[in-house]
Design a protein around this ligand. Structure first.
Ligand SMILES: Nc1ncnc2c1ncn2[C@@H]1O[C@H](COP(=O)(O)OP(=O)(O)OP(=O)(O)O)[C@@H](O)[C@H]1O
Ligand SMILES: [Mg+2]
Length: 274
């Protein structure tokens, strides 16, 4: 089998004016991706397409291999096998914002950008995530939500064809998380990257995504389109039905969700703990 590193081909999923052959081509195309650790297959043959501009959420129990798949798509794992075609520009946001403590916020966002307009673009990205005025702040002075906004700005200023998010809101309090959902949805509508969001939060997945995947035993065991209006409400019957399907696939029993109601569920339904 061809190693993934050799097969990783860059395709700009955002490129304007694709040729006839490229029209309709997915931004991400994954075939037969495998990853073993010490002889144990964590990913046992993943097939996945993500269309340009499509928002896909990935759920799975803790240790199921979500971050492993995300790292492979980010080009950070040379030891995976299989085939993956990804856009030539991608950006990753992790749960930890990973800002350099010795660089001011603007410099963190502009880090690695080339050209005269880099700092102006970084400033515009900060304004877009609501951090205008914090350009000269040190990362240590930001709240958790602000730091994660800066991490989003740093990702978006690179105009990624693929935005990879690994539990980006997992460390935030519930109210901040709700605000970040709105911000992320708005940013994605404006910039239209293909998105893969890894999350433990079933409601977060349904609120944000066009499609929700579940990773079980090394394979994508469920691939569900979210057929809900743009304005999504947890109290909608369809929302509840999809939540129930996803929780069942994740092996979360009724006993585990008993006593949790609408709003609480959105915040606390965490499938990570085993
Ligand atoms: N570098 C590594 N060496 C050995 N084992 C690893 C390595 N990276 C991941 N694993 C193992 O692969 C499995 C999947 O890990 P991964 O981090 O992808 O899970 P996850 O679904 O993201 O979990 P969580 O929801 O807890 O973040 C785990 O059992 C983990 O211990
Ligand atoms: Mg993980």
């Amino acid at each position: 089998m061809t190693t993934l590193a050799a097969a990783l081909a860059a395709s700009d999923g955002r490129a304007a004016g694709p040729t006839a052959d490229e029209a309709g081509a997915p931004a991400v195309r994954v075939r037969g991706v495998r990853r073993e650790f010490a002889g144990r297959a964590v990913l046992a043959g993943i097939d996945l397409d993500i269309a340009p501009g499509e928002f896909v959420a990935l759920l799975g129990r803790s240790g199921s291999g979500k971050s492993t798949l995300l790292r492979i798509l980010a080009g950070l794992d040379p030891d995976a096998t299989g085939h993956a075609t990804v856009p030539d520009r991608n950006a990753v946001v992790f749960q930890d914002p990973r800002l350099l403590p010795w660089a001011r916020v603007l410099d963190n966002v502009a880090l690695g950008l080339k050209g005269k307009g880099a700092r102006a673009a970084a400033g515009a990205a900060l304004a877009e995530v609501g951090l205008g005025g914090h350009e000269r702040a040190w990362p240590a002075t930001l709240s958790g939500g602000e730091a994660q906004r800066a991490a989003l700005a740093r990702a978006l200023v690179r105009s990624p064809g693929l935005l990879l998010l690994d539990e980006p809101f997992g460390a935030l309090d519930a109210l901040t998380r709700i605000r970040m959902h709105t911000l992320l949805r708005d940013l994605c509508r404006r910039h239209r990257p293909a998105v893969l969001l890894v999350t433990h939060d079933v409601d977060e997945a349904i609120l944000l995504a066009d499609r929700v995947l579940v990773l079980t035993d090394g394979r994508l065991s469920l691939d569900e389109p979210v057929r809900l209006a743009e304005a999504r409400h947890r109290s909608d019957r369809e929302f509840g039905a999809l939540r129930a399907r996803l929780l069942a696939e994740l092996g979360v029993t009724d006993d585990e969700t008993d006593g949790e109601t609408g709003e609480e569920m959105s915040i606390e339904t965490d499938v990570g703990a085993e």
